[in-house]
Design a protein around this ligand. Structure first.
Ligand SMILES: NC(=O)c1ccc[n+]([C@@H]2O[C@H](COP(=O)([O-])OP(=O)(O)OC[C@H]3O[C@@H](n4cnc5c(N)ncnc54)[C@H](OP(=O)(O)O)[C@@H]3O)[C@@H](O)[C@H]2O)c1
Length: 321
Protein backbone atom coordinates (compact mmCIF):
# COMPACT_ATOMS: atom_id res chain seq x y z
CA UNK A 1 0.00 0.00 0.00
CA UNK A 2 1.65 3.26 -1.14
CA UNK A 3 1.38 6.39 0.97
CA UNK A 4 0.12 9.42 -0.92
CA UNK A 5 2.43 12.41 -0.44
CA UNK A 6 1.89 16.15 -0.45
CA UNK A 7 3.39 16.59 -3.93
CA UNK A 8 0.83 14.14 -5.38
CA UNK A 9 -2.19 15.83 -3.80
CA UNK A 10 -4.16 18.58 -5.53
CA UNK A 11 -4.95 21.29 -2.94
CA UNK A 12 -7.56 23.07 -5.12
CA UNK A 13 -10.67 21.19 -3.89
CA UNK A 14 -10.37 23.36 -0.74
CA UNK A 15 -9.66 26.63 -2.57
CA UNK A 16 -12.26 29.23 -1.65
CA UNK A 17 -14.06 26.71 0.58
CA UNK A 18 -15.06 27.26 4.18
CA UNK A 19 -14.39 24.47 6.69
CA UNK A 20 -16.37 24.15 9.93
CA UNK A 21 -14.61 22.22 12.68
CA UNK A 22 -17.15 20.95 15.21
CA UNK A 23 -15.43 20.76 18.61
CA UNK A 24 -12.20 22.42 19.79
CA UNK A 25 -10.62 19.66 21.86
CA UNK A 26 -7.67 17.43 21.13
CA UNK A 27 -8.12 17.03 17.36
CA UNK A 28 -10.38 20.04 16.76
CA UNK A 29 -7.88 22.65 17.94
CA UNK A 30 -4.94 21.07 16.11
CA UNK A 31 -6.81 20.62 12.85
CA UNK A 32 -8.34 24.12 12.96
CA UNK A 33 -4.94 25.75 13.60
CA UNK A 34 -3.21 23.71 10.88
CA UNK A 35 -5.97 24.55 8.37
CA UNK A 36 -5.75 28.21 9.31
CA UNK A 37 -1.96 28.22 8.83
CA UNK A 38 -2.49 26.50 5.46
CA UNK A 39 -4.62 29.46 4.39
CA UNK A 40 -8.00 27.72 4.65
CA UNK A 41 -11.07 29.68 5.79
CA UNK A 42 -11.99 27.94 9.04
CA UNK A 43 -14.70 28.44 11.66
CA UNK A 44 -15.14 26.38 14.81
CA UNK A 45 -18.62 25.28 15.90
CA UNK A 46 -19.12 25.14 19.67
CA UNK A 47 -22.15 24.70 21.90
CA UNK A 48 -23.38 27.68 23.90
CA UNK A 49 -21.29 28.26 27.01
CA UNK A 50 -18.35 26.17 25.79
CA UNK A 51 -15.30 26.92 27.94
CA UNK A 52 -13.22 26.75 24.75
CA UNK A 53 -14.73 29.77 22.96
CA UNK A 54 -12.27 32.23 24.49
CA UNK A 55 -9.32 29.92 23.80
CA UNK A 56 -10.26 29.68 20.14
CA UNK A 57 -10.50 33.46 19.92
CA UNK A 58 -7.08 33.88 21.58
CA UNK A 59 -5.76 31.43 18.96
CA UNK A 60 -7.18 33.75 16.28
CA UNK A 61 -9.91 31.29 15.23
CA UNK A 62 -13.51 32.40 14.60
CA UNK A 63 -16.30 30.56 16.39
CA UNK A 64 -20.05 30.19 15.87
CA UNK A 65 -22.85 28.03 17.24
CA UNK A 66 -22.91 24.41 16.06
CA UNK A 67 -25.75 25.01 13.60
CA UNK A 68 -24.40 28.34 12.27
CA UNK A 69 -20.90 26.97 11.73
CA UNK A 70 -22.19 23.85 10.00
CA UNK A 71 -24.74 25.74 7.89
CA UNK A 72 -22.17 28.22 6.57
CA UNK A 73 -19.56 25.66 5.53
CA UNK A 74 -18.67 23.61 2.47
CA UNK A 75 -16.90 21.02 4.62
CA UNK A 76 -18.01 20.09 8.14
CA UNK A 77 -15.51 18.09 10.20
CA UNK A 78 -17.03 16.34 13.25
CA UNK A 79 -14.35 16.44 15.98
CA UNK A 80 -16.26 15.94 19.21
CA UNK A 81 -16.21 12.64 21.19
CA UNK A 82 -17.42 9.73 19.05
CA UNK A 83 -20.30 8.82 21.35
CA UNK A 84 -21.98 12.25 20.91
CA UNK A 85 -21.50 12.57 17.14
CA UNK A 86 -24.93 11.05 16.40
CA UNK A 87 -26.69 13.70 18.50
CA UNK A 88 -24.58 16.49 16.98
CA UNK A 89 -25.33 15.27 13.45
CA UNK A 90 -29.07 15.19 14.14
CA UNK A 91 -28.84 18.79 15.42
CA UNK A 92 -26.90 20.18 12.45
CA UNK A 93 -28.33 18.08 9.60
CA UNK A 94 -31.18 20.51 8.72
CA UNK A 95 -28.59 23.29 8.32
CA UNK A 96 -26.07 21.39 6.20
CA UNK A 97 -25.79 22.79 2.67
CA UNK A 98 -26.89 20.59 -0.23
CA UNK A 99 -23.80 18.76 -1.49
CA UNK A 100 -21.61 19.68 1.49
CA UNK A 101 -18.85 17.34 2.64
CA UNK A 102 -18.99 15.70 6.06
CA UNK A 103 -15.64 14.62 7.53
CA UNK A 104 -14.53 12.40 10.40
CA UNK A 105 -11.22 11.57 12.08
CA UNK A 106 -12.46 8.15 13.22
CA UNK A 107 -14.67 5.69 11.38
CA UNK A 108 -16.75 4.69 14.44
CA UNK A 109 -19.86 6.84 14.00
CA UNK A 110 -20.34 5.59 10.44
CA UNK A 111 -19.16 1.98 10.90
CA UNK A 112 -21.52 1.42 13.83
CA UNK A 113 -24.48 3.38 12.45
CA UNK A 114 -24.51 6.31 14.90
CA UNK A 115 -24.98 8.50 11.82
CA UNK A 116 -26.76 7.78 8.54
CA UNK A 117 -25.68 10.72 6.40
CA UNK A 118 -28.02 12.43 3.96
CA UNK A 119 -27.47 11.04 0.44
CA UNK A 120 -26.44 14.39 -1.07
CA UNK A 121 -23.38 14.66 1.21
CA UNK A 122 -19.83 13.54 0.49
CA UNK A 123 -18.64 11.58 3.52
CA UNK A 124 -14.92 11.15 4.10
CA UNK A 125 -12.41 10.15 6.75
CA UNK A 126 -9.02 11.69 7.49
CA UNK A 127 -7.70 10.00 10.62
CA UNK A 128 -4.32 11.27 11.85
CA UNK A 129 -2.59 8.42 13.70
CA UNK A 130 -1.78 10.25 16.89
CA UNK A 131 -2.96 12.93 19.32
CA UNK A 132 -3.81 16.48 18.27
CA UNK A 133 -0.95 17.98 20.27
CA UNK A 134 1.53 16.01 18.14
CA UNK A 135 -0.40 16.78 14.93
CA UNK A 136 0.00 20.47 15.71
CA UNK A 137 3.63 20.39 16.85
CA UNK A 138 4.72 18.34 13.83
CA UNK A 139 2.97 20.80 11.51
CA UNK A 140 4.76 23.72 13.16
CA UNK A 141 8.11 21.94 12.71
CA UNK A 142 7.39 21.61 8.97
CA UNK A 143 6.70 17.89 9.39
CA UNK A 144 3.45 15.93 9.42
CA UNK A 145 1.66 12.99 10.97
CA UNK A 146 0.73 9.84 9.05
CA UNK A 147 -3.01 9.56 8.44
CA UNK A 148 -5.53 7.14 6.96
CA UNK A 149 -8.19 8.35 4.55
CA UNK A 150 -11.38 6.80 3.23
CA UNK A 151 -14.60 7.67 1.44
CA UNK A 152 -17.96 6.35 2.66
CA UNK A 153 -20.24 8.31 0.33
CA UNK A 154 -19.24 10.01 -2.91
CA UNK A 155 -22.23 12.16 -3.89
CA UNK A 156 -20.22 14.72 -5.90
CA UNK A 157 -17.71 12.39 -7.51
CA UNK A 158 -15.04 14.54 -5.78
CA UNK A 159 -15.06 13.05 -2.28
CA UNK A 160 -11.65 11.38 -2.56
CA UNK A 161 -10.03 14.56 -3.86
CA UNK A 162 -11.64 16.56 -1.04
CA UNK A 163 -10.42 14.08 1.58
CA UNK A 164 -6.86 14.17 0.27
CA UNK A 165 -6.84 17.97 0.01
CA UNK A 166 -8.09 18.11 3.62
CA UNK A 167 -5.35 15.70 4.77
CA UNK A 168 -2.78 17.82 2.93
CA UNK A 169 -4.04 21.03 4.55
CA UNK A 170 -3.64 19.61 8.07
CA UNK A 171 -0.07 18.58 7.19
CA UNK A 172 -0.51 14.81 6.90
CA UNK A 173 0.65 14.73 3.26
CA UNK A 174 4.15 15.59 4.48
CA UNK A 175 4.32 12.19 6.24
CA UNK A 176 2.02 10.20 3.94
CA UNK A 177 -1.70 9.45 3.72
CA UNK A 178 -2.78 5.82 3.38
CA UNK A 179 -5.97 4.57 1.75
CA UNK A 180 -8.28 2.66 4.09
CA UNK A 181 -12.01 2.22 4.77
CA UNK A 182 -14.19 3.45 7.63
CA UNK A 183 -14.56 -0.15 8.85
CA UNK A 184 -10.86 -0.99 8.68
CA UNK A 185 -9.72 2.23 10.38
CA UNK A 186 -12.34 1.89 13.10
CA UNK A 187 -11.92 -1.81 13.87
CA UNK A 188 -8.11 -1.64 13.92
CA UNK A 189 -8.15 1.48 16.11
CA UNK A 190 -10.64 0.04 18.62
CA UNK A 191 -8.72 -3.25 18.70
CA UNK A 192 -5.44 -1.49 19.49
CA UNK A 193 -7.14 0.59 22.21
CA UNK A 194 -8.81 -2.44 23.77
CA UNK A 195 -6.18 -5.12 23.39
CA UNK A 196 -2.71 -3.78 22.56
CA UNK A 197 -0.99 -0.45 23.23
CA UNK A 198 -3.60 1.33 25.33
CA UNK A 199 -5.35 -1.68 26.85
CA UNK A 200 -2.75 -4.39 27.44
CA UNK A 201 0.49 -2.42 27.86
CA UNK A 202 -0.50 -0.44 30.99
CA UNK A 203 -1.94 -3.61 32.56
CA UNK A 204 1.30 -5.52 31.97
CA UNK A 205 3.34 -2.65 33.46
CA UNK A 206 1.17 -2.71 36.59
CA UNK A 207 1.29 -6.52 36.82
CA UNK A 208 5.10 -6.44 36.54
CA UNK A 209 5.39 -3.71 39.18
CA UNK A 210 3.07 -5.59 41.57
CA UNK A 211 5.00 -8.85 41.04
CA UNK A 212 8.35 -7.24 41.89
CA UNK A 213 6.99 -5.44 44.96
CA UNK A 214 5.36 -8.67 46.19
CA UNK A 215 8.78 -10.29 45.67
CA UNK A 216 10.42 -7.84 48.08
CA UNK A 217 11.78 -5.24 45.63
CA UNK A 218 11.31 -1.60 46.67
CA UNK A 219 8.48 0.33 45.00
CA UNK A 220 10.92 2.89 43.56
CA UNK A 221 13.14 0.29 41.89
CA UNK A 222 10.12 -1.71 40.66
CA UNK A 223 8.67 1.48 39.12
CA UNK A 224 11.93 2.43 37.39
CA UNK A 225 12.27 -1.07 35.92
CA UNK A 226 8.71 -1.85 34.90
CA UNK A 227 7.29 1.57 34.00
CA UNK A 228 10.22 3.97 33.63
CA UNK A 229 11.82 2.07 30.75
CA UNK A 230 8.75 2.17 28.51
CA UNK A 231 9.86 5.37 26.79
CA UNK A 232 13.24 3.83 25.98
CA UNK A 233 11.78 0.81 24.20
CA UNK A 234 9.18 2.97 22.39
CA UNK A 235 11.92 5.23 21.03
CA UNK A 236 14.08 2.28 20.00
CA UNK A 237 11.20 0.55 18.19
CA UNK A 238 10.25 3.78 16.44
CA UNK A 239 13.84 4.37 15.30
CA UNK A 240 14.90 0.80 14.46
CA UNK A 241 11.86 -1.55 14.40
CA UNK A 242 11.38 -4.50 16.78
CA UNK A 243 14.29 -6.52 15.34
CA UNK A 244 16.60 -3.47 15.49
CA UNK A 245 15.52 -2.71 19.07
CA UNK A 246 16.53 -6.26 20.12
CA UNK A 247 19.94 -5.84 18.48
CA UNK A 248 20.47 -2.51 20.26
CA UNK A 249 20.16 -3.93 23.78
CA UNK A 250 22.66 -6.08 25.70
CA UNK A 251 22.83 -9.82 25.05
CA UNK A 252 21.53 -10.35 28.58
CA UNK A 253 18.48 -8.17 27.95
CA UNK A 254 17.89 -9.72 24.52
CA UNK A 255 18.07 -13.31 25.82
CA UNK A 256 15.68 -12.43 28.66
CA UNK A 257 13.29 -10.86 26.17
CA UNK A 258 13.23 -13.75 23.72
CA UNK A 259 12.87 -16.38 26.45
CA UNK A 260 10.41 -14.55 28.71
CA UNK A 261 8.21 -12.61 26.26
CA UNK A 262 6.55 -15.60 24.52
CA UNK A 263 5.84 -17.23 27.93
CA UNK A 264 3.77 -14.18 28.86
CA UNK A 265 2.15 -13.51 25.47
CA UNK A 266 1.16 -17.08 24.67
CA UNK A 267 -1.64 -18.62 22.59
CA UNK A 268 -4.13 -17.83 25.38
CA UNK A 269 -3.41 -14.11 24.97
CA UNK A 270 -3.91 -14.38 21.21
CA UNK A 271 -7.21 -16.25 21.69
CA UNK A 272 -8.44 -13.48 24.01
CA UNK A 273 -7.32 -10.88 21.48
CA UNK A 274 -9.40 -12.64 18.79
CA UNK A 275 -12.40 -12.63 21.15
CA UNK A 276 -12.00 -8.86 21.67
CA UNK A 277 -11.82 -8.28 17.90
CA UNK A 278 -15.03 -10.28 17.46
CA UNK A 279 -16.78 -8.30 20.23
CA UNK A 280 -15.74 -5.04 18.58
CA UNK A 281 -16.96 -6.16 15.15
CA UNK A 282 -20.29 -7.32 16.60
CA UNK A 283 -20.86 -3.83 18.06
CA UNK A 284 -20.73 -4.89 21.71
CA UNK A 285 -18.00 -2.37 22.55
CA UNK A 286 -19.84 0.52 20.90
CA UNK A 287 -23.07 -0.50 22.69
CA UNK A 288 -21.17 -0.08 25.98
CA UNK A 289 -19.76 3.26 24.82
CA UNK A 290 -23.29 4.54 24.16
CA UNK A 291 -24.51 3.21 27.53
CA UNK A 292 -21.60 4.97 29.25
CA UNK A 293 -22.47 8.30 27.65
CA UNK A 294 -26.17 7.88 28.44
CA UNK A 295 -25.49 7.30 32.16
CA UNK A 296 -22.68 9.84 32.77
CA UNK A 297 -19.74 7.43 32.29
CA UNK A 298 -19.99 5.23 35.44
CA UNK A 299 -17.39 2.67 34.27
CA UNK A 300 -14.89 5.36 33.27
CA UNK A 301 -15.39 7.32 36.50
CA UNK A 302 -14.82 4.19 38.61
CA UNK A 303 -11.76 3.12 36.57
CA UNK A 304 -10.18 6.59 36.89
CA UNK A 305 -10.69 6.55 40.67
CA UNK A 306 -9.24 3.03 40.94
CA UNK A 307 -6.19 3.92 38.80
CA UNK A 308 -5.40 7.00 40.93
CA UNK A 309 -5.32 4.79 44.05
CA UNK A 310 -2.92 2.15 42.72
CA UNK A 311 0.39 1.48 44.49
CA UNK A 312 2.21 2.07 41.20
CA UNK A 313 0.91 5.67 41.15
CA UNK A 314 2.13 6.24 44.72
CA UNK A 315 5.57 4.93 43.68
CA UNK A 316 5.66 7.41 40.80
CA UNK A 317 4.77 10.22 43.17
CA UNK A 318 7.56 9.22 45.57
CA UNK A 319 10.09 9.37 42.72
CA UNK A 320 8.80 12.80 41.66
CA UNK A 321 8.87 14.29 45.18
N1 LIG B 1 -7.85 12.41 20.77
C1 LIG B 1 -7.06 11.91 19.82
O1 LIG B 1 -5.84 11.83 19.99
C2 LIG B 1 -7.63 11.43 18.51
C3 LIG B 1 -6.76 10.89 17.54
C4 LIG B 1 -7.27 10.54 16.29
C5 LIG B 1 -8.63 10.65 16.06
N2 LIG B 1 -9.46 11.13 17.05
C6 LIG B 1 -10.88 11.29 16.76
O2 LIG B 1 -11.13 12.68 16.68
C7 LIG B 1 -12.47 12.95 17.10
C8 LIG B 1 -12.44 13.98 18.21
O3 LIG B 1 -11.81 13.40 19.34
P1 LIG B 1 -11.11 14.32 20.44
O4 LIG B 1 -10.37 13.41 21.38
O5 LIG B 1 -10.38 15.42 19.76
O6 LIG B 1 -12.39 14.91 21.16
P2 LIG B 1 -12.44 15.85 22.46
O7 LIG B 1 -11.11 16.49 22.69
O8 LIG B 1 -13.01 15.08 23.60
O9 LIG B 1 -13.52 16.95 21.98
C9 LIG B 1 -13.86 17.99 22.82
C10 LIG B 1 -14.74 18.95 22.06
O10 LIG B 1 -15.98 18.32 21.76
C11 LIG B 1 -17.03 19.14 22.23
N3 LIG B 1 -18.20 18.37 22.67
C12 LIG B 1 -18.23 17.37 23.58
N4 LIG B 1 -19.49 16.92 23.74
C13 LIG B 1 -20.27 17.69 22.94
C14 LIG B 1 -21.66 17.73 22.68
N5 LIG B 1 -22.50 16.87 23.27
N6 LIG B 1 -22.12 18.65 21.80
C15 LIG B 1 -21.27 19.51 21.19
N7 LIG B 1 -19.92 19.53 21.40
C16 LIG B 1 -19.44 18.61 22.26
C17 LIG B 1 -16.44 19.86 23.42
O11 LIG B 1 -17.26 20.96 23.64
P3 LIG B 1 -17.03 22.01 24.86
O12 LIG B 1 -15.94 22.90 24.35
O13 LIG B 1 -18.35 22.65 24.99
O14 LIG B 1 -16.62 21.19 26.05
C18 LIG B 1 -15.04 20.17 22.92
O15 LIG B 1 -14.99 21.36 22.16
C19 LIG B 1 -13.06 11.60 17.51
O16 LIG B 1 -13.73 11.06 16.40
C20 LIG B 1 -11.82 10.79 17.83
O17 LIG B 1 -12.02 9.38 17.72
C21 LIG B 1 -8.98 11.53 18.25
Amino acid sequence: MDAIREADIDPTPLTGKRVAIIGYGNQGRAQALNLNDSGIDVVVGLRDGSPRISGAHSDGIATASLTEAAGGADLVMLLAPDEVLGAIYRLIEPNLRQGAALGFSHGLAIRFGFIEPRPDLDVYLVAPKGPGTALRSLYREGKGMVALFAVHQDASGQAEKIALAYGRAIGCGRAGILRSTFAEECEADLFNENAVVWGAVPEILIAGFDTLVAGGISEEVAYMECVGELKLIAELIEARGIAGMREAISNTAELGAVLGGPRIVDDGVKARMRAILEEIRAGRFTDLLRDEEASAYPLLQAARKRARGLMVEQARQKLLD
